[in-house]
Design a protein around this ligand. Structure first.
Ligand code: ATP
Length: 203
């Protein structure tokens, strides 16, 4: 089974693109949503986080993400400690999900960070979703009910569109002008062909 990543900056339309893949029958793993579920449900993960960060991170029986992130982002060391605890859980969960979907020609993993986290190394191809900055800001402001400044601050911490375009093997332009369905269909056809040639796999 070919493993494909879909990534892009804030408001670029990753989830929207993934819904189109799903409509073609392709299973999609939404990494952020799955990580959220793990925080809520995985008691071993909760135990490891409490051991590292103290029990103030548990509120109403659940990991309180804002408190955890505040503690973790205090220094480079604590931030690295958080990643070192969480990543193996998410990684193992995704691996198990892949085993469960092994009968498909290919599956998609949607994640805001694939290159930064290094998880692209476990994928055979990556689709980058691009959109003009102004449109990404406008879409995010409406969707998240945030201010333009908040969206731009998050955007600045992300990989540039140029770098993303350079690193992705496939690109989708979600500028609201070109048909998403047409673009996804074209990539879908290419991925089905690639999936028939395991010798093209990167790993
Ligand atoms: P984030 O990383 O910020 O969660 P994302 O890259 O997953 O965002 P989406 O959630 O797919 O982006 O899209 C952001 C918002 O823009 C959503 O409200 C979505 O409905 C809207 N949107 C995305 N693409 C289009 C489009 N082609 N036409 C109209 N609205 C769109």
């Amino acid at each position: 089974m070919l493993r494909v990543g879909v990534t892009g900056g804030i408001g670029s339309g990753k989830t929207t693109v993934c819904k189109v893949f799903e409509s073609l029958g392709v299973p999609v793993y939404y990494a952020d949503a799955e990580a959220k579920k793990l925080y809520a449900e995985n008691t071993q993960l909760q135990f490891d986080l409490v051991t590292a960060f103290g029990d103030t991170i548990i509120q109403n029986g659940e990991v309180h993400k804002p408190t955890l992130l505040k503690l973790a982002f205090g220094s480079k060391e604590t931030s690295a400690a958080l990643n070192a605890i969480v990543h193996p859980f998410v990684f193992a969960h995704y691996e198990q999900w892949c085993v469960e979907h092994d009968s498909f020609a290919y599956t998609v993993k949607e994640a805001a960070i694939l290159f930064e986290s290094g998880s692209y190394r476990h994928l055979h191809a990556v689709v980058g979703v691009l959109a003009p900055e102004a449109l990404r800001v406008a879409r995010s402001v409406v969707r998240d009910n945030s201010t333009e400044a908040e969206v731009r601050a998050r955007m600045e911490k992300q990989m540039s569109q140029e770098e993303l375009a350079r690193r992705c093997g496939y690109l989708i332009n979600n500028d609201g002008q070109q048909s998403l369905l047409k673009q996804v269909l074209a990539i879908h056809e290419q991925l089905l062909l690639l999936a028939q040639q395991p010798s093209n796999f990167l790993s």
